[in-house]
Design a protein around this ligand. Structure first.
Ligand code: ZN
Length: 72
């Protein structure tokens, strides 16, 4: 089981938004990307995370747009 104090310091690597626990995944509260937890270790690679319904690509995520906006 993943600990709450670990969850508190984990953020979405795309837009640094907080995550919430949802079953066996961590879900970004902003863009909805689902990071799977395997053997108690969250896989924080957004390339391997599951896109939320209705989103076709990582570039369309709210966190991606946020990251692009702050970079420019
Ligand atoms: Zn996100």
């Amino acid at each position: 089981m993943i600990k709450d104090d670990l969850l508190a310091i984990l953020v979405c690597p795309l837009g640094h938004a907080p995550l919430r626990r949802e079953g066996d995944a961590l879900v970004c509260t902003r863009c909805g990307l689902r990071y799977a937890i395997r053997d108690g270790i969250p896989n924080m690679l957004y390339e391997e995370a599951e896109l939320p319904p209705g989103v076709g690509s990582i570039a369309d995520l709210a966190c991606s747009k946020e990251a692009a906006a702050t970079a420019s």
